[in-house]
Design a protein around this ligand. Structure first.
Ligand code: IMP
Ligand code: MG
Length: 175
């Protein structure tokens, strides 16, 4: 931990402003729909909490935990369901919320999982998108910020299980 060098990429103010814009857009698009926000733990817990408070459409909120075999930096391409969706989502308009789309493997897996459970519609909403690292062809439907191929932490994102509580996004570099 003492090796960290803080290099702020996205500030608290920028995050707040962007989430407010996205919340308005989602509220408009999900008017008269059966919105179900599916938050992927643990990375999206802060983002979800801030985002849903900017959504004015009635919504249910559920959590799911997945893990990729390997570690955060080297994904093996396989996703495991650690805790599944706790509700029947048949006929609902599911919005999957995650911290980041990196290789895209996690989001692609969850989208297919949600579809297989009979959701009426499935869309993805991420805080960050790292398009350069993509391994599967997937583009988030809603995204706050596109970032270059750097490892970031803070605002829910971790390195070695630390830094999730830092209120902004910074570039984590080992010296
Ligand atoms: P995927 O490669 O798109 O499947 O991303 C899987 C997960 O890797 C994300 O939900 C994050 O938890 C983690 N991840 C990817 N890039 C970063 C990063 O830059 N910092 C922290 N976690 C990351
Ligand atoms: Mg994650």
């Amino acid at each position: 931990m003492e090796q960290k060098k803080e290099n702020i990429l996205i500030s608290e103010e920028q995050i707040k402003k962007r989430i407010s814009e996205l919340g308005k857009e989602i509220s408009r698009n999900y008017k008269n729909k059966n919105l179900y926000v599916l938050s992927l733990l643990r990375g999206s817990f802060i983002y979800t909490a801030d985002l849903v408070r900017q959504i004015t459409t009635p919504t249910r909120i559920g959590f799911m935990t997945t893990s990729s075999y390997g570690n955060a930096e080297i994904s093996t391409g396989m996703v495991k369901v650690v805790n599944d969706i706790p509700d029947n989502i048949e006929g609902l308009d599911v919005l999957i919320v995650d911290d980041i789309v990196d290789t895209g493997i996690t989001m692609d897996f969850v989208v297919n999982h949600v579809k297989s459970l009979g959701a009426s519609s499935v869309k993805s909403c991420v805080l960050l998108d790292k398009p350069e690292r993509r391994k599967v062809n997937i583009k988030p439907d809603y995204c706050c910020f596109e970032i270059p191929d750097v490892f970031v932490v803070g605002y829910g994102l971790n390195y070695g299980d630390f830094y999730r509580n830092i209120p902004y996004i910074f570039n984590w570099e080992e010296k």
